[in-house]
Design a protein around this ligand. Structure first.
Ligand code: FAD
Length: 416
């Protein structure tokens, strides 16, 4: 595609970039997706887990599935939607910890959520850890859940941001993989893969994107890279955009890493059940046993624990998981499990983490990051979403919003 033919260049081919690109292309506007990785999808990433079982190393759950646009896209692609409620939303046969403990912790989570919902709309924001009753029994596990949910411990999380998150409570999965659906949605859209954008010059008539493969010029650009990369100025803007760097710095990427394990002789476990590694510490894994009824365990690690384990690679994750599982099921259990796959999202130079959270007092950074600059530079991606941040559907909706704004600019003005 010749430079002078590109109306909109889109930096990043994740859920936001692909969503924007499809909408613009369908409106007859010429687009080019520019993606640093050699693949589409970004943090939506399905790989072959062996025996024909796709596994999602990034997003897996269609959160708010009853209003999630990816649900309809997946159906239109002919995918199989699994509507089994997630293990965190139903009582499963207690595995590991005794049932009264699980019920008591469930109460504590509901209580915490009620406190978040009741937080005053106006007035100063605070860290979510301030909602914990000092010394209460489940504080550590509540903190562990925060590392799965937000990718960080509660003392770093804004209550105001948490309370803005919209969740219909309906969670589905796609058997073929969420990442498969996101990547396939880019079919037919021109894309340049393996082409990192290093700088964006928006001073002249056309926006100039300096990439590893030369300069690409377009009328407008949509930037969808993760917020951490904007905060680190991995892409330099000319003129500089200090307000964007500042907004992105308020929205760091939390960390959550999944390790998939094969499980031999797992039939005794209820399908889609869950086990906490420990219920009395923050540094613990959540183990989803027999996801989709498969002979696997999907282990989830977040926050500081995941960051520490990444230093030792997959072997460190496996050793940690094997140790925790052996505490519950006995030391022979290790011989029944083996690593299938994982992706270290913090070490990934094109992500630097898993999903964004807002620091206390910084919830409004999401709207600031999303504001267009001179109707020529647009920003999208999960961190720009006020109510669906940290999700693939939130990312998609911000991409769609940027596309709609551009379509409105392209419409012929009504004659006087
Ligand atoms: C372990 C894990 C579990 C998750 N679970 C869920 C879940 O169950 N449900 C859910 O909804 N969400 C989940 N998420 C979050 C979800 O995956 C993300 O919110 C969403 O995919 C982000 O989409 P995006 O388009 O905003 O960003 P990205 O997918 O990160 O897309 C941005 C793209 O920009 C590219 N890029 C970066 N730098 C450059 C550059 N300089 N030049 C060109 N391209 C560049 C990147 O390679 C990437 O492809 C999970 C994420 C992780 C990591």
């Amino acid at each position: 595609m010749a430079d002078n033919e590109i109306e909109v260049a889109i930096v990043g081919a994740g859920a936001a970039g692909i969503g924007a690109a499809r909408r613009l292309r369908d409106a007859g506007i010429s687009v080019l997706l520019i993606e640093a990785r050699p693949r589409l999808g970004g943090r939506a990433f399905t790989v072959d887990g062996g025996s024909g079982m796709p596994i999602d190393l990034g997003c897996g759950w269609l959160h708010s599935a009853d209003r999630n646009p990816w649900s309809e896209i997946a159906k239109a692609q002919g995918r199989t939607i699994d509507r089994t409620p997630p293990p965190w939303a139903r009582a499963t046969t207690p595995t590991g910890s005794p049932s009264p403990d699980q019920a008591s912790f469930h109460e504590a989570i509901l209580d915490f959520r009620e406190q978040v919902a009741a937080f005053p709309q106006d007035g100063p924001d605070r860290a979510a850890s301030s909602l914990l009753e000092p010394g209460a029994r489940w504080n550590r596990l509540l903190d562990a859940v925060s590392t799965y949910y937000s990718g960080a411990e509660l003392d770093r999380i804004s209550i105001r941001d948490l309370m803005r998150y919209g969740d219909t409570g309906v969670n589905w999965r796609v058997v073929e993989g969420y990442g498969t659906v996101v990547a396939a949605h880019a079919a037919g859209v021109p894309a340049r893969l393996g082409c990192a954008v290093r700088a964006i010059d928006h001073a002249g008539q056309r926006v100039e994107l300096q990439t590893d493969e030369g300069t690409i010029r377009a009328e407008r650009a949509i930037v969808t890279v993760p917020s951490d990369l904007i905060a680190r100025e991995a892409i330099r803007f000319n003129p500089a955009l200090p307000e964007k760097v500042e907004a992105a710095a308020g929205l760091p990427l939390g960390l959550a890493d999944k390790l998939f394990l094969s499980l031999a002789g797992g039939e005794a476990f209820e399908a889609d059940s869950r086990l906490w590694g420990r219920m009395d510490r923050v540094d613990t894994g959540a183990y989803h046993i027999r996801p989709f009824g498969r002979p696997q365990i999907e282990a989830y690690f977040g926050g500081d624990l995941a960051a520490e384990l990444e230093k030792g690679g997959e072997a460190a994750f496996f050793d940690f998981a094997a140790g925790e599982l052996a505490e519950t099921f006995g030391k022979d259990f290790a011989s029944r499990i083996g690593p299938i796959g994982m992706h270290p999202w913090k070490a990934d130079p094109y992500a630097r983490g898993s999903y964004s959270y807002a620091l206390p007092g910084r919830a409004d950074c999401r709207a600031k990051l999303a504001e267009p600059v001179d109707d020529r530079l647009f920003f999208a991606g999960e961190a720009c979403s006020r109510n669906d941040f940290s999700t693939a559907h939130g990312a998609y909706l911000t991409g769609l919003d940027a596309a709609e704004r551009i379509i409105a600019l392209h419409r012929p003005k009504p004659r006087k």
